[in-house]
Design a protein around this ligand. Structure first.
Ligand SMILES: *[C@@H]1O[C@H](CO)[C@@H](O)[C@H](O)[C@H]1NC(C)=O
Ligand SMILES: *[C@@H]1O[C@H](CO)[C@@H](O)[C@H](O)[C@H]1NC(C)=O
Ligand SMILES: *[C@@H]1O[C@H](CO)[C@@H](O)[C@H](O)[C@H]1NC(C)=O
Ligand SMILES: *[C@@H]1O[C@H](CO)[C@@H](O)[C@H](O)[C@H]1NC(C)=O
Ligand SMILES: *[C@@H]1O[C@H](CO)[C@@H](O)[C@H](O)[C@H]1NC(C)=O
Length: 355
């Protein structure tokens, strides 16, 4: 019996390695070579699915939005097409008792217990003045990491000030200092504007945020942009994709004179979540390598289906980035169950393929 259990465990481990059940390892070279392990993988190709993401519907008054305009997030401002999602900010404002609202779009991961990770988005920034396109991690207003593209700063038509074909990204690591200055990180050490080597409104580009226990690193098209080492968030949260405007001339600008669109092709996130380990896996052995850039194609949680299938609810909780529930843990459970039937190695090996 004991021999059977050991054999089962070994067979599961071998099957697990093939399925990345022992996690995902990132080769890290800042400042020195280091290998970082994450347990979970959420890959969403938005041209076919909203898997793991939930479209948002809410209204925010101008006062709460801290701008001359409020915001109205609607699923109808998100359209799926062959290259991914179009996230709209509409030019036509809505009226409400509290004041005019700008129609915007936002999606949030169903997984809200993300605690450290490497997050990548394939995006085309809006080419219409007056909006902010952002990819960010959020726990609360003092634990938040933002990558924001302000269309008013990009080399758009009619912008004489724009330098050639290069654009800019606003990188923000929100902190208690930012909250204390009225939710404005502008004069904190957690805010910097970085020049990009490309125009983010032209073509598609990859932006990456690596959030580790002692640092945050941000990249564009694989090139390092910034490291934040102070006030690194240490509480779990969710990832957000948002295209918004509140008319604030100092940030988003707008409202846009015409409908503005932010394109999102895919998001891939390798991360840990609270309360989740790797069971029997020891160290980084048997983990899959995370490529430095590009859609990995690694086994994980990608599902197929259309926007209509996932509807307003987006991904379901059970399919929201918990591949391990159907990976290592399930393999172990099967191993124990099969032991009782004395079919350990064969059944476990076969079921490993059926995950
Ligand atoms: C996303 O899915 C579309 C449609 O199947 C496919 O053409 C595209 O290559 C996929 N993108 C990635 C990054 O895999
Ligand atoms: C956007 O509009 C603002 C306000 O009119 C202007 O200052 C800024 O230069 C414009 N930016 C672009 C990229 O056209
Ligand atoms: C940031 O600092 C500058 C220069 O001291 C000041 O003019 C500006 O009002 C400050 N902004 C905020 C939001 O505190
Ligand atoms: C993620 O979780 C694994 C398993 O518990 C752990 O070994 C690894 O160090 C964690 N990674 C980070 C960046 O904290
Ligand atoms: C990461 O580094 C290891 C050890 O140097 C190497 O074997 C592996 O191929 C690297 N993986 C990637 C994706 O760069």
């Amino acid at each position: 019996m004991l021999a059977g259990l050991l054999l089962g465990a070994v067979t599961c481990a071998a099957a697990g390695a093939r399925d990345c059940d022992c996690g995902y390892t990132l080769n890290y070279s800042l400042p020195e070579t280091e290998q970082i392990l994450f347990t979970t993988h959420l890959a969403t190709n938005f041209s076919t699915t909203l898997h793991g993401w939930i479209t948002q519907t809410y209204n925010v008054t101008p006062a709460a939005a801290r701008g001359p305009f409020g915001k109205s997030a609607q699923t109808s401002n998100i359209q799926q097409n062959p290259s991914g999602l179009d996230l709209f900010v509409r030019s036509k404002t809505l009226t409400s008792d509290a004041g005019a609202l700008i129609p915007i779009s936002e999606l949030v991961t169903a997984q809200t217990e993300i605690l450290y990770g490497s997050f990548r988005v394939w995006m085309q920034a809006p080419a219409v003045n007056g909006t902010c396109a952002a990819f960010f991690f959020y726990h609360d207003d003092s634990q938040e990491i933002d990558l924001e593209i302000l269309s008013r700063k990009q080399p758009l038509r009619n912008n004489a000030a724009a330098d050639g074909n290069k654009g800019f990204a606003e990188l923000v690591n929100q902190s208690p200092d930012a909250v204390a200055s009225g939710y404005n990180a502008v004069n904190t050490t957690g805010y910097i504007t970085r020049e990009l080597t490309f125009n983010p409104t032209q073509g598609w580009h990859e932006y990456r945020i690596d959030w580790l226990p002692d640092r945050v690193d941000i990249f564009a098209d694989g090139a390092w942009l910034q490291t934040f080492g102070d006030y690194v968030p240490d509480r779990p949260g969710a990832l957000h994709l948002i295209h918004w405007s509140n008319g604030d001339a100092g940030w988003s600008g707008g409202p846009p004179a015409e409908d503005a669109v932010m394109g999102v092709g895919w998001v891939e996130a390798f991360f840990n979540s609270t309360g989740e380990g790797l069971g029997r896996c020891r160290g980084k052995e048997g983990a899959c390598w995370i490529p430095p850039k590009g859609f990995s194609g690694l086994p994980g949680s990608e599902a197929t289906g259309t926007m209509g299938d996932s509807g307003a609810g987006g991904g379901t909780a059970s399919a929201s980035g918990h591949p391990l529930a159907t990976g290592a843990a399930a393999c172990l459970q099967r191993g124990v169950w099969v032991l009782g039937l004395s079919l350990v190695s064969i059944a476990c090996h076969v079921s490993g393929r059926l995950v």
